[in-house]
Design a protein around this ligand. Structure first.
Ligand code: ATP
Ligand code: MG
Length: 213
């Protein structure tokens, strides 16, 4: 099968800290890829490179046949949640996502509502996001990433702060996303969290990607 994402000989360093050391990886459509690794191993940096938020020092990244930094600045059709999601604290969940949807143009109010309900939040809840618990915020971050039905879904530590019900919901969402043919990338410092879901799992360690399975 043709690769949706191609990472070719990519390196990234911050001063003397070589975070990724000549890594290469191909990822297909309709698959879930898991990246495990200890704190500071480079999972977030890897996701930032793939999403165009950081540029590699060398090597190239191709998404859907287009080269990042050359053919485009960011992958098209991407939903993303990196680290702790930021929201407008004075507004409700719906207002926050409606605002983001409007910026992105093609997302309907129905898509917004559906995404909020899918993560187990209430689209009619008027509570300000500033009063949300950590897990509720995390759920909203995931809703934000999926509301566009993206071809590429990148979730950095999606299971963080989620309760058992939240984890079950997110697993269901990721399986559905895979079913409609998206490429899904998730990370966790705790491998067991993501292992059951993933088609392939990699450990990020000492600048390298080690295939676990
Ligand atoms: N903007 C930056 N400037 C300097 N160093 C950075 C920057 N971003 C990341 N790093 C360094 O890159 C390394 C990898 O960081 P990264 O955030 O990718 O780790 P991680 O695997 O996501 O860790 P965690 O499990 O804590 O989220 C760390 O040593 C970090 O200090
Ligand atoms: Mg991280």
């Amino acid at each position: 099968m043709k690769s949706y994402i191609r990472i070719i000989d990519v390196s990234k360093r911050f001063k003397n800290d070589l975070v990724l050391d000549h890594i290469s990886l191909d990822m297909e459509q309709g698959k879930i890829y898991g990246f495990a690794g200890r704190n500071g191993s480079g999972k977030t940096v890897l996701f930032k490179l793939i999403s165009g938020l950081l540029k590699p020092d060398s090597g190239e990244i191709i998404v859907a046949g287009k080269k990042l930094g050359k053919d485009m600045d960011f992958p098209e059709n991407m939903g993303i949640m990196i680290e702790t999601p930021g929201f407008l604290n004075q507004y409700s969940a719906y207002k926050n996502l409606e605002y983001l949807a409007k910026i992105r143009n093609k997302i309907s109010t129905d898509d917004v509502k559906k995404a909020i309900e899918m993560v187990g939040l209430d689209a009619n809840d008027k509570k300000r996001v500033g009063k949300y618990s950590l897990g509720m915020r995390q759920r909203l971050g995931i809703a934000q990433a999926i509301m566009e039905n993206p071809h590429l879904l990148i979730l950095d530590e999606p299971m963080n702060s989620l309760d058992t019900e939240g984890i079950r919901l997110v697993r269901g969402i990721l399986e559905k996303t895979r079913e409609y043919g998206a490429t899904v990338l998730i990370s966790s410092h705790y491998k067991d969290d993501i292992d059951v879901l993933c088609d392939s799992v990699y450990e990020v360690e000492k600048g390298l990607l080690i295939k676990v399975r």
